[in-house]
Design a protein around this ligand. Structure first.
Ligand SMILES: [Zn+2]
Length: 443
């Protein structure tokens, strides 16, 4: 067995300390000790014999036997070649399979380069993924412009996420696909793959019974589950929760997630998995209950709120996605896009409504000034509605856009989630550009 990288299983200790001590963040704001270098590829961590995590956005995991190795995920397109180099430098064991947990760019994007880089004389790793993964790639090609816009907003500052060439990426044809379950044999090591619709419709998790290791992709993120993402396709919170319960029932002693720290210790892992399942089930239940009683989306968003302390645990912090977005996702999944407000069924243009309101208020600037006052009083949500109305009524006004930039910059500052902050920040930047003003320091 070849060992590579430092013996840095201290990241398991860090995970244990964060979970057991309920520590939300490190003082420097890095997510639990994993600060990626500017080139996006971090350290290799040998977690135990034959199990190595290569830190990246998303991580790559390597599980070895004496005669074969299996790689889980491939990082982003740009890093695929370097991940392959890192693996080749670290082990002489031939890689029999590269398993993609799902078709997101940070997990599957490096697959082509990785397969090429790991192919030795007469041996080419087999690429394994769920049967729905190719349809995802086709969708990315259909929606490339859209994805560039929304992902530039969401990931524009992540290293190695240069999206100038587009969002779509190529994944080689899968050598092995499956529908529900697949058993792989890697040098005598049994690996069970299970499909679940969760963050994506092509997601899988892997269970290695002999090692008691679970590889979970994005089912576990060290953030509130990404089950609500405002600009992305449908997510499946209840199926996700059921998979988390299945993983817990399998009884892993080591959990290898796609992002954040690996977790050791069966009781600790169980708590994390079941807590995450519970928040997804609770939000779904609350939303369905209100929907079944005839509530409109406005009431559902106000009333479907998680109770208790779970949201304040380090592995459930709403720092990426957030519960309110999950509620909307549940509404879309079981209901539709109609929100229950009849004027929204076939709405007038926003500019037409905004002009009427601006007229009543005494002009677009009056609306904007009221927005400014509300923002100063801490009522940022209402302020955002009014400032959007003012800008829609008077789209060329530098004064209105100057106020709008300021209101959205304040709104951004109060966000905990990357997704909300990124959207508000882009609104502030658009208006600052229209107004010809600078955003405050820190922008
Ligand atoms: Zn991911």
């Amino acid at each position: 067995m070849v060992h590579y990288g430092a013996m840095t299983s201290d990241i398991l200790d860090r995970a244990a300390a964060a979970i057991d001590g309920n520590v939300m963040f490190e003082p420097d704001g890095r997510p639990f000790g994993l600060g990626l270098p500017s080139d996006g590829l971090g350290s290799s961590h040998r977690l135990r014999d034959g199990v190595t995590m290569i830190e990246s956005f998303a991580h790559v995991h390597l599980v070895e036997t004496d005669s074969a190795a299996v790689v889980f995920d491939s990082s982003v397109p740009d890093l695929g070649p370097r991940v392959a180099e890192r693996i080749r430098a670290g082990t002489g064991t031939p890689v029999s399979h590269v398993v993609l947990t799902h078709g997101h760019r940070d997990h599957a994007g490096g697959a082509g380069a990785l397969i090429a880089g790991l192919t030795g004389v007469g041996t080419r790793p087999r690429l394994v993924g769920h049967q729905s993964l190719p349809a995802r790639m086709a969708r990315y090609r259909m929606t490339d412009g859209y994805n560039q816009v929304v992902n530039q907003r969401q990931f524009g500052r992540v290293p190695n996420w240069d999206l100038a060439g587009g969002w779509a990426f190529e994944v080689p044809d899968l050598d092995v696909t499956f529908s529900d379950r697949l058993q792989l044999d890697a040098g005598g090591l049994e690996i069970e793959l299970r499909h679940v619709r969760a963050e994506t419709d092509d997601h899988l998790w892997a269970w290695i019974p002999e090692r008691r290791v679970a590889v979970t992709g994005d089912l576990m993120l060290w953030h509130f589950p990404n089950a609500g993402n405002p600009a992305k396709a449908q997510r499946y919170p209840l199926e996700w929760a059921a998979a988390l319960r299945d993983i817990a029932a399998a009884g892993p002693e080591l959990l290898l997630p796609g992002h954040g720290l690996p977790i050791g210790g069966s009781e600790r892992i169980r708590r994390v998995l079941l807590d995450t399942a519970a928040v997804l089930e609770e939000l779904t239940g609350l939303t369905l209950d209100l929907m079944n009683r005839g509530a409109g989306l406005d009431d559902v968003l106000a009333e479907a709120r998680l109770a208790g302390e779970r949201i304040r645990r380090p592995y459930l912090a709403p720092t990426y996605d957030e519960p309110e977005f999950v509620v909307r996702n549940v509404w879309r999944l079981y209901g539709g896009w109609y929100d229950g407000t009849p004027s929204n069924l076939k709405p007038a243009r926003q500019a037409a409504v905004a002009s009427e309101l601006a007229g009543l208020a005494g002009g677009s600037l009056a609306l904007a000034r009221r927005a400014e006052a509300l923002a100063a009083a801490g009522q940022l949500a209402v302020a955002c509605h009014l400032i959007d109305m003012a800008a829609a009524a008077d789209p060329d006004s530098a004064t209105v856009h100057g106020i709008r930039a300021d209101v959205y910059w304040q709104r951004r500052a109060e966000q905990q989630s990357v997704m909300a902050a990124a959207i508000y920040e882009s609104a502030a930047r658009e208006s600052a550009a229209t107004a010809g003003v600078d955003l405050p320091p820190g922008a």
